[in-house]
Design a protein around this ligand. Structure first.
Ligand code: MN
Length: 205
């Protein structure tokens, strides 16, 4: 069973002005598609691996045969990361989290603003390409960044929220101003989707 490119859950222009239409078209239709195509190509010789959900494959990345491990790290990682990314954004979203997720963020980081500061620090501190994440690790919230398309799943963590800080995610509109992109990104964060991921991760699913 090959991976497939998921449809965006909203129109390509729906996240304007925070994320522009052309960035969304290229990011989803070309970059994410390339990760899917390249992961499928790497899996052609390994039908047993190809039948696993991508999250499971990433959790077990160290058991993947060495000759295709890097290809899958990059491309199955890219597929999973982008699938999450589209889901945790929404038009007319933003604002603040609520419920148990908000309580845990406040308990862990002090307040939502302090948490957002940590995410920004991780985003700006990632040299080159990668992701800034909120994860659940050993039952605790944690902010971290990963290089390239590495997924927190590879470290046994559950990714809850991730901001893509590859230049392809923001360069057309923000050029080199990664900080401005991260600030604007909070206008499209879909907190209810993040809260759902939090509840599932807490329940061990
Ligand atoms: Mn990307």
């Amino acid at each position: 069973m090959a991976y497939t490119l998921p449809s965006l859950p909203y129109a390509v222009e729906a996240l304007e002005p925070s994320i522009d239409k052309m960035t969304m078209e290229i990011h989803h239709g070309r970059h994410h598609k390339a990760y899917v195509d390249n992961a499928n190509k790497a899996l052609e010789s390994e039908p047993a691996l190809a039948s696993k959900p991508v999250e499971q494959l990433l959790r077990e990345i160290n058991q993947v045969p060495e000759k295709i491990r890097t290809a899958l790290r990059n491309n199955a990682g890219g597929h999973a990361n982008h699938t999450l990314f589209w889901e945790i954004m929404a038009p007319g979203a933003g604002g603040k989290p609520s419920g148990p997720l908000a309580d845990d963020i406040t308990k862990t980081f002090g307040d939502i603003g302090a948490f957002q500061g940590k995410i920004k620090e991780a985003a700006l501190g990632r040299f080159g390409s990668g992701w800034s994440w909120l994860v659940l690790a050993d039952g605790k919230l944690q902010v971290l960044s990963t290089p390239n398309q590495d997924s927190p799943l590879m470290e046994g963590q559950s990714p809850l929220l991730g901001i893509d800080v590859w230049e392809h995610a923001y360069y057309l509109k923000y050029q080199n101003k990664r900080a401005d992109y991260v600030d604007a990104w909070w206008n499209v964060v879909n907190w209810s989707a993040v809260a759902e991921r939090y509840a599932k991760a807490k329940a061990g699913k």
